[in-house]
Ligand binder design. Structure first.
Ligand code: TYD
Ligand code: MG
Length: 460
């Protein structure tokens, strides 16, 4: 007989505890624990009727590689992030803030897949079919093979899928799904996990590709997608500023490809449009010859992306200077300010410093370090960086400018977009091939040299 027991789950990361706690030991978020009743069934989560994959141990040497069984979604930016297309029978989680465009993206993917002759079933637990139809009308004409199903019960979904055998299904969203075997409300950690486990069996047992939408919520009222990251094959996050029009699809986990690729989209009135050249997009509307604005180059996956780094330095009104960063880690900015003071001879300890990556994109690559440093110096000394000058390089703690990977690729992208002057690490000189003969390139080996280059070598 099933026994009910009470446990507490962290809504953020799914940490399980037998008692309530103020702070989650797993992810350190506060006040995220909620009480849930879970029923442990004797069948260890496999009640009768569930899809069972009948498998037996086999010799690894005899296993066929998947080879080229990927299906292209027809949306290049999406294929890139997935590692070249969808792998059949995989479970793909798409997380993101509500309203960012997850449903729109997946409806577009479904449309493309059905146009290619795939049988697709779009399951929505959130919107009525009329609402989905309204969205579909904005995107374009939908092929007849794309079917819609408004349902929240995972058991009904399983029966339907077993009967209809579609090739691809979309679950929008996992937080609205519920399994009868669990008594807690939809959106709770145990429901979300149970529903995902059921979907995993559908995916693996029947070889159906399953896209799962997971909302990220700040208030912790429903379990977030992090709770199920470990259960799925691929985790993609759809991010961007809701008020800006571009969106970035970023891979966080991918069992079938790399995770450092990004896909860039623009939200238009007729759906999401791919942005083939993100550099041009990120730099549009850039102020020219203004102190505090520097162009740098980050390599996201295999693609160089140019970004504008903006800095503002102003005398602090309080004893303790303010440091704010948007798009880069504020601790990184603090570290760079310390290096700048100690090794670069520019003391900003009594100045507030604000750093922003224009366009709202997030950059984690250390190659933008030098860009941040020179943006700060440029603003502080009121020296504008010429409009055709770009900067990249990693800054080390002893003030050295370290080599970055793919320097050639960065230089090529910068040249392509008309940047004649490039400040880059000396350590990349030999590797930079032809570019090293260029007169416009300034090689620097430490931070003081870079600061000097800004004031004498690259003045307009
Ligand atoms: P949606 O896909 O519903 O977001 P999610 O599923 O992540 O919650 O997207 C909602 C937003 O996108 C909404 O604010 C309207 C906007 N939008 C457009 O700007 N253009 C379009 O063509 C569509 C379909 C939506
Ligand atoms: Mg939605």
């Amino acid at each position: 007989m099933a026994k009910e027991k009470t446990v507490f789950f962290c809504q953020n990361c799914g940490f399980e505890s037998s008692k309530w706690m103020g702070q989650c030991p797993g992810c350190r978020s506060w006040n995220s624990f909620v009480e849930e009743k879970v029923r442990k069934t004797a069948a260890a989560g496999r009640p009768d009727g569930r899809v069972r994959s009948c498998s037996a141990p086999v010799s690894l040497a005899e296993v066929d590689a998947l080879g080229e069984t990927r299906t292209k979604t027809g949306i290049r930016e999406m294929d890139r992030v997935l590692g070249g297309g969808i792998v059949g029978g995989s479970l793909i989680l798409i997380g993101g803030d509500p309203g960012i465009g997850k449903s729109t993206l997946l409806l577009q993917v479904c449309r493309q897949l059905s146009l290619d002759g795939k049988r697709v079933l779009y399951i929505s637990g959130e919107e009525s079919r009329h609402q989905i139809k309204m969205r579909a009308d904005r995107i374009g004409e939908m092929p007849g093979s794309l079917r819609l199903f408004c349902e929240t019960s995972i058991e009904v979904i399983r029966e339907t899928v077993e009967r209809d055998k579609p090739e691809v299904i979309v679950i929008d969203s996992i937080q609205t799904m519920y399994a009868d075997s669990i008594s807690s409300a939809p959106g709770s950690v145990s429901q979300v996990r149970e529903a995902t486990a059921a979907l995993m069996m559908i995916a693996k047992g029947l070889g159906i590709t399953v896209f799962i939408v997971g909302h990220v919520t700040k208030d912790g009222s429903v379990a977030g997608p992090r709770v199920l990251e470990h259960m799925v094959d691929t985790v993609l996050y759809f991010e961007g500023d809701r008020h800006a029009s571009y969106r970035i699809l970023r891979g966080v986990k991918n069992r079938f490809g790399s995770t450092d690729e990004i896909g860039v989209f623009e939200m238009r009135s007729d759906g999401l449009v791919e942005v083939g050249n993100p550099s041009e997009y990120m730099l549009s509307g850039r102020p020219e010859n203004v102190p505090g604005s520097v162009v740098s180059c980050s390599v996201e996956g295999t693609r160089p992306v140019l970004v504008e780094i903006q800095a503002l330095v102003s005398k602090t009104a309080f004893g303790y200077p303010r440091r704010t960063a948007a798009g880069v880690d504020v601790n990184r900015v603090n570290l760079l300010l310390a290096v700048l003071e100690k090794r670069g001879g520019v003391d900003l300890s009594s100045y507030d410093a604000y750093v922003n990556i224009a366009g709202g994109i997030r950059m984690n690559e250390p190659a933008v370090d030098l860009g941040i440093v020179l943006a700060l110096v440029s603003c502080h000394k009121n020296i504008p960086v010429p409009a055709d000058c770009a900067v990249f390089g990693e800054v080390g703690l002893s003030g050295e400018i370290r080599a970055v990977r793919s320097a050639d690729q960065r230089v090529a992208e910068l040249k392509k977009l008309g940047f004649a002057k490039i400040i880059m690490p000396l350590a990349n000189k030999n590797k930079a091939g032809k570019a090293s003969e260029d007169t416009g390139t300034v090689y620097v080996s430490d931070i003081a040299e870079a600061v000097r280059a800004l004031s004498d070598k690259v003045r307009p």
